[in-house]
Design a protein around this ligand. Sequence first.
Ligand code: HPA
Length: 246
Amino acid sequence: MTTLAIIGGTGLSQLTALNNPRHESVNTPYGNPSADFLIGEIEHKTVIFLARHGNPHAIPPHKINYRANMWALKSLGVQDIIAVAAVGGITPEMTPASLAIPDQIIDYTYSREHTFFDGKDGNVTHIDFTYPYSQKLRAALITAAATANLKVSPIGTYGCTQGPRLETAAEISRMERDGCDLVGMTGMPEAALAKEIGLNYAALAVMANWGAGKTAGEITMAEIEENLHHGMANAAILLQKLIAAY
Ligand code: HPA
């Protein structure tokens, strides 16, 4: 039997479907995770939930202790992680409030603690990262979307920016030329650390807005909240189906 964890991002700071949740705090060699882990059941399966930005939502993307989060999930016996993330849409399919299951990543972040293999143990270790996401979990998400009758983009390249500011219009144009379909701030180093520590990892991206310059005018927090409200409700339905079939 495998254990599933859900990492909730902006707009998904709790899993209301989680039954009998207990709090577990985990100390790690890398410091404190974002929050206590909530361990409960959904559809009679153990599910572990972590609020990536803390509870209350207070940790910006570049300050998240990604290493502590991944290390703690491993120590709790997790094998599979679904990471929910609010993102901006870049290419035409990625309309506000829609869902996507990315299959590739381009990393634009800097100055983050991004590896467990920092050479301190005297070893140089390189991991393969050709396919950053677990194909098994991506397939499970795609199947769950079909079961729930929800439209999702089944592929897409996730460009991860440093944040916390949103991008300029020129940055989004460049990302589009690079091949990015969507843009977020937390997908890296999270995905790479999961791979380094041997955890299966896939992302469920929820479009909060069009990327900068894709619409006339500026991006407002009101539009982000409105789209996330709809998108995260669908994400929760999809997760329920995924867990039912898990
Ligand atoms: N850019 C980066 N991260 C985001 C965005 C965006 O436009 N929207 C939600 N997260």
